[in-house]
Design a protein around this ligand. Structure first.
Ligand SMILES: [Cu+2]
Length: 222
């Protein structure tokens, strides 16, 4: 598995049914059902992640990718996660061992502004049809805030981290929502304008990363 593209959602093959998520430029870790327990296997290891065509940093990650695969469980699941450590040093789950090294190497965030360790133009698009109801969940694993802006649509900010979806009365309309360090935000909208719309952080130096005006750019935006 290269992890370069967005894999189709993992339809649950055992356990209770649910509507699986799509992970942008990522995939969902399969499980094995053993005596009613969902067993997952994580492998912490050195990976090469193609962030954009021709741009391949050496990073630390899980199961061949940085960030690692999505682990999807539903309320009431019993879960075992087996961890194999192929890093050149000790690691621990919750992924806060030796933060300065391991997180900076890609096990949580990296010193470029990316979506799931992918950057334009190497990132998949979020394809929708007119009239589709869309829900996007964002987690900010970086060390600064990102005001996320969607072109062409108003969305409702409908949830955060931990507590799940917010009550209807607590949701509000936005075109930009700031996602603070460590926060999660859930956005919902109905596709009512057909086009190719940008969805991006509104700090312009974040959308540019290290690309200056004098640097060659892989593809024209127009
Ligand atoms: Cu940003």
């Amino acid at each position: 598995m290269t992890g370069a593209g967005t894999a189709p959602p993992l339809v649950p093959s055992s356990g209770r049914s649910y509507n699986p998520v799509v992970t942008l430029n990522g995939w969902t870790l399969p499980w094995r059902m053993n005596n009613g327990v969902k067993e997952f296997h994580l492998v912490a290891e050195l990976v090469v992640r193609e962030m954009a065509p021709g741009f391949k940093p050496h990073m630390w990650g899980y199961n061949g990718q940085s960030p690692g695969p999505t682990i999807e469980v539903v309320k009431g699941d019993r879960v075992h996660v087996f961890v194999t450590n192929r890093l050149p040093e000790h690691t621990s789950v919750h992924w806060h061992a030796d933060e300065m090294t391991q997180m900076a190497m890609g096990m949580m965030g990296f010193n470029l502004w990316t979506w799931n360790s992918r950057i334009f133009p190497g990132i998949d698009t979020l394809n929708e049809r007119l009239g589709d109801k869309v829900r996007i969940r964002i987690g900010n694993l970086t060390m600064t805030n990102h005001p996320m802006h969607l072109h062409g649509h108003e969305f409702k900010v409908s949830g955060g981290g931990g507590g799940g979806p917010w009550p209807m009365a607590a949701r509000w309309p936005e075109v930009t929502t700031d996602v603070a360090v460590g926060q999660m935000r859930q956005l919902e909208f109905v596709v009512d304008e057909e086009s190719d719309w940008a969805f991006h952080c509104h700090k312009s130096h974040h959308t540019m990363n290290a690309i200056g005006h004098a640097m060659p750019f892989p593809r024209r935006l127009a």
